[in-house]
Design a protein around this ligand. Structure first.
Ligand SMILES: Cc1ncc(COP(=O)(O)O)c(C=O)c1O
Length: 384
């Protein structure tokens, strides 16, 4: 097939523009939670820095010391010469944190999901996914050339029927859904997988560090054992405040990924200095009961005040608080007005969310001050 001509691409861009679906990168300075745009100070509610670790002095210091020791980059892929002490020590700490035999550090959550699914699935495998799973999980099934089946969001009857029809399938889910903030019903999913000999894979990008008394994520939130869910993926770009990801599983899967997972093998290793920083983030997360209490209290405050002012929040009790507005144009224009008032909130539009469900995605952090939360609610109430 011929690649699209420039005229065709221009046409697509024009159509996206007409649907108010074009995305624009905002060029910011400053830190994740307190950025500046064009020199103007803002409070950021469009960041996944849920615990405020992206600019935490101990994490920054570990990063700096790591860079002095290892230099800025890994210099090679992991299997060539990029695997350092910093990677190995982080992997040991993550295996302990997740209660699993082994963990593997990867350069992104996107790569981690591609790696897990392509290692476990082939043309003969049915991969059953929640319709609202993160794009990387859906793309992973396509890359594996597996048979991809999607069930209605959180609909356990739909999932059970599909698992019953495809014994031995891989069942893949987000723990906390990234655009809705709701949590997958893992105990029921485990039962369904057991009944149909399915293997459950959990991407807990937005759960680790946030849910559970120790920050152990959705698994700890539901009081489950590691053996209930054989494979978990976590990312460092959210509560850890950095970038990169990990997979924690049994020794055989991790070894198979090291040998066969192309998205792991054919990419430069995560910078070792970042591994040092993420090791410090992990320590803070493990000792982070008070941080998580502050996060919870900020989420509760936002919800309480929003409900009192008629701001239509959903049922979500996680830091991801969507306000569903339906039309793209409305979401974009309200986000622009909020920005003018000093609050950065993401307007999320299709295809990231289903058509007709454009929304503001408010992401609450432990690093937000109470006055900042109150200020955002006032601004929302004035704009809606
Ligand atoms: C649920 C989920 N999984 C995976 C990813 C991808 O992680 P990364 O940004 O590290 O590629 C994201 C977001 O970025 C996510 O929200």
């Amino acid at each position: 097939m011929m690649p699209p001509a420039a005229a065709e691409l221009e046409q697509r861009l024009a159509e996206a523009g007409a649907a108010r679906a074009l995305r624009r990168r905002q060029r910011r300075a400053g830190t994740a939670l307190r950025p500046t745009l064009d020199g103007r100070q803002l409070v950021n509610f469009a960041s996944n820095d849920y615990l405020g670790l992206a600019a935490e002095p101990r994490v920054v210091d570990a990063y700096r010391r790591g860079a002095e020791r290892y230099g800025v980059g890994a210099g090679a892929s992991e299997l060539v010469s990029g695997h350092t002490d910093a990677h190995a020590e982080l992997e040991v700490a993550l295996a302990r944190f997740t209660g699993r035999p082994r963990a593997l550090v990867l350069s992104a959550g996107y790569m981690a999901n591609l790696s897990v699914v392509t290692t476990l699935a082939s043309r003969r495998t049915a991969v059953i996914e929640d319709r609202l799973n993160h794009a990387s999980l859906l793309d992973a099934a396509v890359l594996a050339r597996a048979r991809l089946l999607r069930y209605r969001h959180l609909d356990m009857a739909d999932l059970a029927a599909r698992v019953a029809a495809c014994p031995g399938a891989l069942v893949v889910t987000d723990g906390v859904f990234s655009m809705d903030g709701d949590v997958a019903p893992l105990p029921r999913m485990i039962e369904i997988c057991k009944a149909g000999a399915g293997t459950l894979i959990l991407d807990d990008a937005h759960g680790f560090g946030v849910l559970g008394a120790r920050g152990g994520g959705s698994i700890e939130h539901f009081g489950l054992a590691a053996c209930d869910i054989p494979v978990v993926v976590g990312t460092f770009g959210k509560a850890f405040g950095g970038a990169g990801a990990f997979v924690a599983a049994d020794d055989v899967l991790i070894e198979a990924m090291i040998q066969f997972a192309r998205p792991y093998i054919y990419t430069t290793a995560l910078p070792p200095a970042l591994c040092c920083a993420m090791r410090t983030s992990l320590q803070i997360i493990e000792d982070g009961t008070s941080l998580r209490q502050r996060l919870r209290s900020n989420v509760d405050r936002f919800r309480r005040r929003a409900l009192a002012r008629g701001v239509p929040v959903t049922q979500s009790h996680t830091p991801i608080q969507p306000i569903i507005l339906a039309q793209n144009a409305r979401a974009v224009s309200i986000a622009e007005r909020l920005l003018a008032m000093g609050y950065w909130v993401a307007a999320i539009r299709p295809p990231t969310v289903p058509a007709g469900s454009a929304r503001l995605r408010v992401a609450v952090s432990a690093g937000h001050a109470e006055e900042e939360i109150d200020g955002l609610v006032d601004a929302l109430a004035a704009c809606l």
